[in-house]
Design a protein around this ligand. Structure first.
Ligand code: ADP
Ligand code: MG
Length: 352
């Protein structure tokens, strides 16, 4: 029951294939994020829905209706860009009601709808201000209000927070997510920022070179990446190359450089296949050499470097020819660990 659907969408610029048979389904009320590096086709995909560009092949549907060929204003899919430029010579009221004015809506309708929007985006009392009298976050919220004032149920956001400084970005994203959930606005969001994607989304679609590599919840994308690219793009990661092994009792382990490591994940592997183990920096903890750990859950290494981040310490630990990245949230008040350590693997967080 998709509300927005892309079916096998192909978009070319001359010989260059910007979208290569992209299919994506977005349920009503969901917050879906397109995540991927610059140039992978995120904006291009969103423009196919907004109507600013037409695909060579495939369909774009909203609520079961084919949108292909319809001009943007008939699609009810307002798009907010990175450069959310409000009209500088107009007040908040005039900015928000601009679309209604074009429609020649009567004053009481404008007043009512602007008031609704001001309340929705927590901008009460600011209707008489000009954009330059607002903070960056407030300006951003006015831009959202302007996009939704015509009663649209879909909001398209193309990197809307990238002009805000880091702290404000976190504030506005929390606020935006709350509003989106409260009003059930189906939202398609574009970003190249993994934190933004993980923290806001119901569903993330990771894109690469005009294709979607994986669609899943933030948890699936983070802990169960389908490809090396996804694992690497969505945060820091350690890869351990090895060979799958089925124990007599049916449990799975992976042989890695002479060690047999236990794995909890359910897979179809028979044993004998070459595999890559994926583990996030917080899926490994550091322990002293004297501490005992269950067999098959730890490697030995030497701390090479660290970086103190306050709430945690990031360590780089050498194990033979490899260097593991480990985030230790168990921070001592006086300093970091040094020397030889055990790397205890959280078997639940190992992904084959
Ligand atoms: P993203 O938003 O993921 O950074 P875009 O969707 O903007 O990427 O672009 C995807 C690719 O398509 C890029 O390589 C870009 O150069 C190319 N592209 C986008 N729009 C055009 C256009 N109008 N003409 C030619 N190439 C384009
Ligand atoms: Mg873009």
């Amino acid at each position: 029951d998709a509300y927005i659907e892309f079916r096998n969408v192909v978009k070319k610029f001359d010989d260059f294939v910007a979208l290569d048979h992209v299919s994506l389904q977005i349920p009503k009320g969901a917050f879906v994020t397109l995540l991927g590096p610059s140039g992978c086709g995120k904006t291009t995909l969103m423009r196919q829905l907004a109507g600013f560009s037409e695909p060579e092949e495939g369909d774009v549907l909203v609520d079961g209706k084919r949108m292909n060929g319809l001009p943007p204003f008939k699609r009810n899919t307002p798009l907010v860009f990175q450069e959310y430029a409000l009209f500088p010579h107009m007040t908040v009221y005039e900015n928000i009601s601009y679309g209604l004015k074009l429609k020649k809506a009567p004053k009481e309708e404008k007043d009512r709808k602007v008031a609704e929007m001001l309340e929705m985006f927590n901008l009460q009392g600011l209707d008489g201000r000009f954009p330059k009298q607002l903070s960056g976050g407030q300006q951003q919220r006015v831009a959202f209000a302007r996009a939704l004032v015509m009663g649209q149920e879909i909001l398209l956001l193309d990197e809307p927070l990238s002009n805000l400084d880091a702290k404000l970005r976190v504030e506005v994203r929390t606020e935006l997510r709350q509003i989106q959930q409260k009003f059930g606005i189906t939202t398609m969001y574009v970003t190249h920022d993994q934190d933004e994607a993980l923290s806001m989304s119901d569903i993330i679609a990771v894109m690469r070179r005009g294709r979607i590599e994986q669609i899943g919840s933030p948890w699936e994308i983070y802990f169960r990446p389908a490809t090396r690219f996804v694992a690497d793009f969505v945060g820091t990661v350690n890869f351990l190359e090895g060979t799958a092994h089925r124990e007599a009792d049916g449990s799975l382990s992976v042989d890695h450089r002479g060690m047999r490591l236990r794995v909890d994940e359910d897979t179809d592997l028979q044993g004998g296949e070459p595999v890559t183990l994926v583990v996030r920096p917080e899926g490994i903890s550091l322990m002293g050499l004297e501490e005992t750990v269950p067999e098959g859950t730890a490697l030995r290494g030497t701390i090479e470097n660290y970086s103190f981040l306050g709430r945690m310490i990031r360590y780089w630990v050498r194990v033979g020819e490899e260097v593991f990245v480990i985030d230790d949230a168990n921070v001592d008040l006086t300093g970091a660990r040094t020397g030889d350590v055990q790397l205890r693997l959280d078997t639940r967080k190992l992904h084959v």
